[in-house]
Design a protein around this ligand. Structure first.
Ligand SMILES: CC(C)(COP(=O)(O)O)[C@@H](O)C(=O)NCCC(=O)N[C@@H](CSSC[C@H](N)C(=O)O)C(=O)O
Length: 333
């Protein structure tokens, strides 16, 4: 049994070297306001983790973070992500017996309902007016089997209370939430059976609160010059201080194949976590690479599998779980 100071962020950071200037990550949390809902967020999370007893936990982040350009936000910079990777992966973690904390961009795709969304797979396309009972609607016969399968899994996750949906919108909300989740994992000693699966598309730049205009920027002023600061590199703090016993999997998104593996390796060397899953924007649904400091392995769908509707996450998640089992052995012994 080990003890941890983790819930207090100050104690989670090594202050043994006196008079260290505050790290940029600390400044970020001091100079940008925490989401007002954070206490309730932490309460819900603690209750969820306590209710899930000794079940393994996957923290899946999903969707893109925004960078507001005004305090009363009319304009913002967004990071590309529909939430498919995260929502689909969450389903496969649940099917493999994990409880899932789903930290997601508000209104992005969610596990299960992603199959019948308001836009891509409009649920109305699966409904018909009943011929035998005029005035009532029902699911079209040809979709009954698939929809029943999704519905049963969705209801089971609700009944078992194994899926917690926690939303974010801005990069600041995301980072405060991620820190809260990591510190709570450590505080409740869940960290040794937890994997962080960081599929969210996180902003690398942001507008500090101190420079944020209060109201909508007026176009009458001609050109708009936006001066953004780099978002501090949080993965290192997550790995070294907030949750050192959690297995951490990050995703590296590129569009140029020639730099994907090297950028993934650089992230591993910089953050010292366990696995980077590299993917290209243009082929992200068909293939990924698993990069560790020791080796790189490619996983992909055949054209046939793709045509049959197989999802790459059906390959990715079990492979991550296999590695999580190995990680748990190492951390717990
Ligand atoms: C976003 C997609 C491509 C999924 O797409 P949808 O299915 O449409 O949702 C996901 O697979 C992915 O690569 N996610 C990670 C994207 C990302 O932002 N990765 C960061 C690393 S994690 S953000 C870490 C932060 N910048 C820091 O360095 O601390 C990067 O590539 O640099």
């Amino acid at each position: 049994m080990y003890t941890t100071n983790a819930i207090n962020p100050e104690k989670a950071i090594d202050r043994s070297v006196a008079d260290q200037p505050p790290a940029e990550e600390d400044l970020y949390f001091e100079q940008n306001p925490a989401p007002e809902y954070l206490p309730e967020f932490e309460r819900k999370l603690s209750e969820f983790l306590t209710n899930n007893g000794t079940r393994k936990v996957a923290v899946v982040t999903s969707g893109g973070t925004t960078v507001p350009l005004e305090n009363n936000t009319v304009r913002f910079i967004d990071n590309f992500s529909a939430g498919t990777r995260g929502a689909t992966s969450a389903e496969y973690f649940l099917e493999n017996g994990y409880a899932v904390v789903f930290l997601h961009r508000q209104f992005s795709l969610l596990p299960y309902s992603r199959h019948y969304t308001h836009s891509t797979n409009c649920f109305l396309d699966y409904m018909v007016e009943s011929e035998t009972e005029p005035g009532s609607v029902k699911v079209d016969e040809k979709y009954q089997v698939q929809m029943l399968d999704v519905l049963r899994k969705y209801k089971q996750a609700q009944k078992d209370n194994t899926l917690l949906l926690l939303p974010f919108t801005t990069v600041t909300q995301y980072l405060f939430s991620l820190r809260c989740i990591a510190l709570t994992m450590s505080k409740l000693h869940v960290d040794t059976r937890c994997v962080f699966y960081l599929a969210a598309a996180v902003s690398d730049f942001f507008m500090p609160t101190s420079r944020l205009p209060q109201h909508k920027i007026q176009s009458s002023g001609g050109e708009l010059v936006v001066n953004l600061d780099p978002v501090p590199k949080f993965l290192k703090r997550l790995v070294e201080a907030w949750a050192p016993r959690v297995m951490i999997v990050s995703f590296k998104l590129e569009t140029d194949e020639s730099i994907l593996e090297s950028k993934a390796k650089t992230a591993l060397e910089r953050y010292n976590h366990q696995l980077v899953i590299g993917n290209l924007l243009q082929t992200r649904k068909k293939e990924v690479i698993f990069v560790t400091l020791e080796e790189t392995e490619k996983y992909s769908l055949t054209d046939e599998e793709e045509k049959e509707g197989k999802e790459i996450e059906e390959i990715i998640v079990p492979e991550v779980i296999k590695r999580h089992d190995v990680w748990q052995e190492k951390v717990c012994n």
